[in-house]
Design a protein around this ligand. Sequence first.
Ligand SMILES: *Cc1c(COP(=O)(O)O)cnc(C)c1O
Length: 407
Amino acid sequence: MGDKRLIYLDNNATTPTDPRVVDAMLPFFHNVPGNAASRNHPFGWAAEEAVDYARDQIAKLLDADSREIIFTSGATESDNLALKGVFEMYQRKGNHIITLKTEHKAVLDSCAKIEKMGGSVTYLDVDDKGLVNLIELEKAITDKTILISIMWANNETGVIQPMKEIGEICAKHGVLFMSDATQAVGKIKTHPKELGIHLMAFTAHKMYGPKGVGALYVNRKNPRVKVTAQLDGGGHERGMRSGTLNVPGIVGFGAAAEIARNEMDADAERLSKLRDKLENALHGAMEEVYTNGCKDHRMPHVCNVSFKHVEGEGLMMTFNQDIGVSSGSACTSASLEPSYVLIAYGLGDDLAHSSIRFSLGRFTTEQDIDDTIEMVTKGVNHMRNLSPIWEMYKEGVDLDAVVWSEH
Ligand SMILES: *Cc1c(COP(=O)(O)O)cnc(C)c1O
């Protein structure tokens, strides 16, 4: 990407593949060409052995049995398989699923499809810190409820849900507990059994592995959970997911899991210091800066910050030649929509539109953060100096009381 030093702070969108992961993968493109399902020659055996090894590496990261790891193409597929697979498998027991309004689209859109297939879905609100209300969660359970699906950590804000307490509620009512843990696995401890989680979706490319390979953890004992396959074919992955395994991708996923297990504590400690430095500097340098989401229950490498009276997409353009981040607006075909996650936190459209997500990663340096502080501060000041709204605010005009004319 040219000679210019670019700063990558969009690790929640995807992480760079760790060079050690790339090294582990390379032999499996050419030197080990086998199909892991070819059980009758050495090429197949070598591929199968590599897949088994990677499955163990991933199981160790989760403190799980390797037979509980089902490989998929990524977390989107894992979410689809968990939700639709449970809905189909357990329909005699009930048709009701509970989830949150702040879930990833892979969960929300799967739920919407399930509603079309005759399911019933409750979408719970979160509080202004982004956390589920446990009393409302328990009240939402009916005798038709088969599954509660709540993400471990939010992709936009890093807010971590109270997984242990949710697990206890699920156990008390005999409801399956599924979690989209894509943003948490490999970054913080994620041991599903300890917390009563029965299904857990995650993906390699959010934890320094390659894109296009993911997994679904499926609890094997007490209870033995089953999902109906969504892809039919050769009956791979214990009949839950057919398709030739992506051997190089899986090898990389395994290597990434092992590195994460060894290094996540050190990474988390280093990144939380850098994240705090960034966040504190932005708050210190300017007025009307807000952090979105619960600061006490948050991933160590993420901050989501709103700069009031500054339009986030415009702000990003002041530094996006140098820094890669995400804004709290999503481009839909017709318009710029404010993030539905931040709206669910109770932010107004203006604050949601003025938000930027900074997500640090293993390869973020202190220099990256120092430069980011400087460029973002400059950008915000520049935008505000051009803004008539900011001028009115500085003159003490009560902007909430102004009646804007409609066009
Ligand atoms: C990235 C992400 C996904 C989708 O993962 P893919 O592997 O890209 O399909 C799902 N859920 C969350 C929370 C994510 O952050």
